[in-house]
Write a new protein. Structure first.
Lengths: 88, 88
């Protein structure tokens, strides 16, 4: 199969899974309600997304790099909110 | 860089991001509380994960196939819970 076509499927995947995750970040930003988020879990997730990013670069996969560049910012923001608003 | 090493990084990524997602599924299963989940969002996520799975097969990437095989089951379960318990 043509490489371009494969990468298009990857980008569709990247856009959909990233889009599904963003409302969670928006909701947390709006409500500042971080009670249901666990910091160790967010940290594991952050390291995981960081590893995907490295994997994307090593495999030369634009969709993986694209999706995880956005998701690592989201994951970082959620961690920040948890640390900032979690104590209240 | 050696291919095996690249795939190991991918598997670390796959295990970490999958592990971070499972407690959410477990919590939903235990509490049956699906009020904070949106069905259109779950559907978008499910189609996204399905697309990643196709991408993983086309790119011949074991970590992508591994991570998304587990995640697609989780996404399916969350959709099932939402449809089954969402009306109450």
């Amino acid at each position: 199969m043509q490489d371009d076509f494969i990468e298009i499927i990857g980008f569709i995947a990247a856009i959909l899974t990233t889009a599904a995750f963003l409302p969670q970040v928006y909701k947390t930003w709006k409500t500042k309600d971080v009670s249901s988020l666990s910091l160790p879990m967010l940290l594991i997730f952050f390291i995981g997304v960081f590893s995907w990013l490295i994997y994307g670069f090593l495999k030369n996969s634009p969709p993986i790099i694209f999706a995880n560049s956005i998701t690592i910012v989201s994951a970082f923001l959620l961690m920040y909110y948890k640390i900032r608003y979690g104590k209240k």
